[in-house]
Design a protein around this ligand. Sequence first.
Ligand code: ATP
Length: 242
Amino acid sequence: MDTFENQFTSVLELRDVTLEYPDGVDASGNPTTVRALDGVNFTAEQGALTALIGQSGSGKSSMLSVASALITPTSGQVLVGGRDITGFSDKQLAALRRDEIGIIFQQPNLIESLTAVEQLVLAEHIRGKRGKELKAARVHAKELLELVGLEGAANRRVHQLSGGQRQRVNIARALMGNPRVLLADEPTSALDHDRSVAIVELLQRVTREFNLASIMVTHDVEFADAADRVAVMADGRLTLTK
Ligand SMILES: Nc1ncnc2c1ncn2[C@@H]1O[C@H](COP(=O)(O)OP(=O)(O)OP(=O)(O)O)[C@@H](O)[C@H]1O
């Protein structure tokens, strides 16, 4: 059942968000900008996977960067759990990313020398866990690896894992901190069709199971169709089509 807070507060909301990047100077030497996001409004639903599609350069990665608190927008508001984070300090933003947002990049950025389970435990070590807490994290890491279909691969190092398995480790690692928001930037771009389908299905499943507000950037319309919602970005403007 929803908590009181969840009934009335959206987990992630973008309100009239505009983002401009510096883009050199004009003929008179005045600084110019490129507008990557132009009045974006979006509310992520808990337990729903939103596919974010759009042409190259339309603003998809920019939206994910703003949603993941990596970039502060030029104007507008970004609300996480009802709090406007645009005024947060760097320290508050780092804590927010650590505690509430799981991020999955295109290429699983795993550490070569560590086993699958160690990749997940390291994430908790970075969160400050030690001793008994870290032991508990190891147990939880194994459970998560099982959940993503890697029960037999917990002790394999990166070079012993396939591309699809690496992305599964990446997803399990993103879940380690019990995030409320899960953001994935083209998580299937390095995978063949069947493995991509399996990864999208997995994202869909963990989104429901952990009641996450998830956004997945994808180029592939087939994967977008499989998502609960579809948002289309064009020239920095966002439209919901499903
Ligand atoms: N760091 C930056 N500095 C200046 N301009 C940028 C920067 N990052 C992105 N842009 C510009 O902002 C616009 C949106 O880029 P963005 O990367 O968000 O698009 P995208 O939809 O994710 O593209 P792709 O599918 O190719 O990854 C583009 O015009 C791009 O050139």
